[in-house]
Design a protein around this ligand. Structure first.
Ligand code: MN
Length: 229
């Protein structure tokens, strides 16, 4: 069925119902050593791997339809930074000062599609950027919350813990990620950054209830439902 042009710019709601219009969603891979190892990579090697999702892939709906063309949908709980300022060639302190809000996000991944892309040397775009691939909680102002090394990040499926770490386990802290990204592209207000996931990624099926938490931030809860017709 054709869709009509009823598009409007996406926005994320904050804990006080404030709206944050999204320009672009940047993401980083392998930013926690244990997760890098579980994906078969050397955590000490190289620089951050950046990729993107369309801004329209971010959703605050309570349900996420199981995506097409995959038999291996994976959850990745992540801290997401919302940028109120941008720039180029920033240092880590300037990068961190661009952040106006923080939220819990989930980088949903079609892992089988990604594995085939990696093997063939192809892009990850459709493994990571499908419809509703970025469920998001409400965001908190950076005036009220900042990440600490001891802040817990975790995800449970149907009440069973899957991922558990602290933000201090990140290989590259958020300011450093923003700084490095700003040496590759110009960052703008409305950009968001998914900062990577800890170990324990795993499959999701229709009917699964996902609870993603970062201490002090609004909760992210969603359910995987059957695809729409
Ligand atoms: Mn991720």
């Amino acid at each position: 069925m054709p869709h009509t042009a009823d598009w409007s710019p996406p926005a994320l709601r904050g804990s006080d119902d404030a709206r944050f219009p999204i320009r672009h969603a940047w993401c980083v891979g392998r930013n926690y050593a244990e997760h890098a190892r579980e994906m078969g990579a050397d955590p000490k090697a190289g620089t951050p791997i950046f990729f993107t999702k369309p801004a329209t892939a971010l959703t605050q709906a309570a349900t996420v339809p199981f995506p097409p063309a995959t038999e291996e949908l994976h959850h990745e709980v992540e801290l997401v930074a919302l940028l109120g300022q941008g720039g180029r060639n920033l240092d880590a302190a300037a990068g961190l000062s661009c952040v106006v809000g923080w939220a819990v996000g989930c980088d949903l991944t079609r892992r089988d599609v990604q594995a085939r892309a990696k093997q063939a040397g192809h892009p990850w775009a459709l493994a990571k950027g499908f419809d509703a691939s970025g469920p998001m909680g409400r965001w908190a102002s950076a005036e009220d919350w900042m990440p600490q090394p001891t802040t817990a990040i975790r995800l449970a499926v149907n009440g069973i813990p899957r991922q558990q770490a602290v933000l201090g386990d990140m290989i590259w802290p958020v300011g450093e990620l923003i700084a490095r990204l700003s040496h590759e592209v110009t960052l703008h207000p409305g950009d968001v950054l998914f900062t990577g996931t800890p170990a324990g990624v795993g499959v999701l099926e229709v009917g699964d209830r996902v609870e993603a938490r970062i201490d002090g931030l609004p909760a992210l809860d969603f359910e995987i439902v059957a695809p729409g017709i």
